[in-house]
Design a protein around this ligand. Sequence first.
Ligand code: FES
Length: 263
Amino acid sequence: MGTENNRSRREFLGKALGAIAVAALNPLAVLLTPRDVLAAGNGFIIDLNSQSYSQLNSVNGSYRIVIPNTKEVFDNGDVLPYAFIVTRTTSSAFSIVLGWCTHRHYELDHYNVQTDLIKCLNPDTGHDSTYSVDGIVLHGPSKTNLPQYEYSYHTINNTLEVFIPGLAVKDGEVRINALELFQNFPNPVKGVTTIPFKTHYYSKVTLTVSDALGHIIAVLHDGGLSAGDHSFEFDTSIFPSGTYFYHLSDGGETLTKQMVVVR
Ligand code: FES
């Protein structure tokens, strides 16, 4: 397990440094900075008036954009910064797709109008996957299309709002919402209630319940959970009526909601 973690970490660092190197060498690769980021729910806004994105004011202009200090966790356990390729396909439409090859999560080039392709930049033999501008696999070992991201184009101020599930923006900084805690149901509760929550990447989480005085009265979960929707049941039947609180924590962030027990 430790070896596997070390391997993943090495691969992650290698890929992340590779991405940064590509960004430094390739004028069409951009590292998004907090200055570029404006609050926009589950995503962020790219200001197309900025010199940094000038190519996007022309049809077929394309950039690969990496969002530093973020982590996207893929199904196979790879952890990489969020990255996507944005291409202007018409005067009013864009294609926004994942910026990592779906074969082994190596970095992709931006869309190249000369070849009409997005290419995997993995130099190893046989890693020659290519994709269309909208992320369809055209060739190579990759079998999975690049996921597309939704967006809104605001013509009035020439900004592009990109929606990426799991990303959040606070105070001009891109952050990942690691956890989301939802209301228990039923609530008020007489017997058993269900507490739903979501983890946006693999996390070690604790789910506890406390009484109104802050004493922990139940630990419903303490351990690792993969990314996704989860729920745990809590049997209230041995507790008196009153207000209780449930807490979801990954060691850094703690979310709390309240429930009412009736007898
Ligand atoms: S990593 Fe892209 S084709 Fe293998």
